[in-house]
Design a protein. Structure first.
Length: 224
């Protein structure tokens, strides 16, 4: 039996309402499926409170640790000097040693001056005492010294002495009231009548004693 207009209209409205409800349900389903994150996809949160020591590195430390305490100057190892000052000898001893070496090592082969290599030894006796003074007074040079003198005489060479330093020799005992050792470092300058001068550095160890008059004199040449 044919439907009336009123029945047909109700049927159409029911159909439309059904489609609208289906559309709403579909929209809600899509939202639930894609719009809300799954529990597994949510970032994990740490309930432990973050402290200042674990959240940022200490200032000035590239590794994130705390800066080590700087050592105090007292804790640093002492630095030893590369050169120690030589141990000094008493002034009277130094003066006697200088005078002896200047006389003992100086030569003058110019005309009218020294007559032999041994003239220097004779001059040195003024600053010597005991057996050494006697040995210097009677000393006769060997062949090497004689040859050196002849060479100096041919070139009219003057040998001058300049004392560089007087100090206590290594391993020598400290000076006493009447005995002392001294090490003399000196430069020799050989100046011929013609041509350039030449220089060399020498050293000698001396043993000195103080006499009854209070003056110091050389009594031995330990290494000569």
């Amino acid at each position: 039996m044919p439907q009336t207009d009123a029945a047909r209209a109700r049927t159409q409205r029911a159909t439309i309402a059904l489609f609208v409800a289906a559309a709403v349900l579909a929209t809600v389903g899509v939202t639930l499926l894609f719009g809300l994150p799954d529990e597994a996809d949510r970032p994990a949160t740490d309930s432990t409170p973050v402290t200042a020591s674990s959240s940022a590195p200490a200032v000035g430390s590239a590794s994130g640790g705390t800066r080590p305490a700087e050592a105090s100057p007292a804790a640093e190892p002492p630095t030893s000097p590369e050169h120690l000052s030589p141990r000094q000898v008493p002034t009277p001893v130094e003066e006697a040693a200088r005078s002896f070496v200047t006389a003992w090592a100086s030569h003058d082969a110019r005309p009218g001056r020294d007559t032999s290599y041994d003239d220097a030894s004779r001059r040195a006796t003024t600053y010597a005492a005991g057996d050494l003074a006697e040995d210097l007074r009677t000393h006769t040079s060997g062949s090497a010294a004689r040859q050196q003198w002849l060479s100096w005489k041919d070139h009219q060479v003057q040998v001058a002495v300049a004392v560089v330093r007087v100090s206590l020799p290594d391993g020598a005992p400290a000076p006493s009231e009447d005995s002392a050792f001294a090490r003399v470092i000196y430069k020799l300058t050989e100046t011929p009548a013609k041509g350039p001068a030449s220089q060399s550095e020498e050293h000698v160890a001396l043993k000195l004693r103080r006499g009854a008059d209070g003056s110091w004199r050389v009594v031995g040449l330990p290494n000569v």
